[in-house]
Design a binder for this molecule. Structure first.
Ligand SMILES: [Cu+2]
Length: 262
């Protein structure tokens, strides 16, 4: 388990840890009872048959009630942690509109630039984009997809969320440790799914502002978030629908070409 680098992360970590402890306690108890009873009630001689028992009401009630109690406890703590991980405040410090497209990411720093502009960065299958976030600021991620279902996740945040076309999933996290972390798509989304990698850089507020200024200087700035669509169709490996007929005619040729791109 990666060590959590957000304020919310430890909740997931604690749930995971105590779930294992609980499972281990139940496991040891169960194994213990199995080994004890198979030893204690074993057959002792050739002509002796151990007492044959059927139906034990107290035992049957116990093994019905005990698992129900376990599920109730797991459920209670899961809901608690889920509420914490999905909690949304109305005024997050930073909003990033994330676009997962086949097969990379676009990060829009919505209204974070000078005069409320939106600096952005776009990755490709060849170039992994950076997601730069200011430390100790609550960040809201709005997740968009113009094509298929992706999943946006940063292991060090101990959370991820599906990116679904036609709806905007949202979550908030507060990174609290400066550093570089890896992120990727967690939902098999097509041929180059494995290239949907990105780096998360958690930096100081000053470095964050500098980064946005640099993006603006490079001309990577828009009035509103770029939510993908037309860009997604230009990604290497995606078929242009207008080429369908050509492709059918020259299937073998196309296969060669795809092999070459690998
Ligand atoms: Cu994906």
């Amino acid at each position: 388990m990666p060590s959590p680098v957000t304020e919310q992360g430890p909740a997931t970590f604690e749930l995971w840890k105590w779930a294992w402890v609980a499972a281990m306690v139940v496991g040891v108890l169960t194994w213990g009872l199995i080994f004890y009873s198979s030893w204690r009630f074993r057959r002792r001689s050739e002509d002796e048959v151990p007492v044959q028992v059927r139906y034990n009401l107290p035992l049957e009630i116990f093994y019905t009630v005990a698992p129900i109690m376990m599920v109730v406890v797991f459920f209670y703590w899961t809901v608690n942690v889920q509420n914490e991980m999905t909690e949304m405040v109305d005024d997050p410090d930073v909003t990033v509109d994330v676009v997962g497209q086949q097969w990379s990411w676009t990060f829009n720093y919505t209204e974070q630039g000078e005069g409320g502009s939106t600096p952005y960065t776009v990755g490709t299958t060849q170039i992994q984009p950076d997601l730069v976030l200011p430390v100790d600021q609550r960040v809201q991620f709005n997740l968009h997809s113009p094509d298929v279902i992706h999943s946006f996740g940063v292991p060090a945040f101990l959370t991820k969320l599906d990116v679904v076309p036609g709806r905007v999933n949202k979550f908030q996290a507060t990174p609290n440790e400066i550093g570089t972390y890896v992120g990727k798509c967690f939902e098999l989304c097509g041929a180059y799914h494995s290239r949907m990698l990105f780096n998360v850089q958690v930096v100081s507020q000053a470095d964050y502002e500098q980064y946005l200024a640099d993006l603006e200087e490079q001309g990577s700035v828009a009035d509103a978030p770029l939510l993908g669509g037309s860009d997604a169709l230009t990604q290497a490996g995606l078929d242009d629908p207008s080429e369908d007929e050509v492709e059918e005619a020259g299937q073998a040729e196309d296969d060669d070409e795809e092999g070459g791109q690998e």
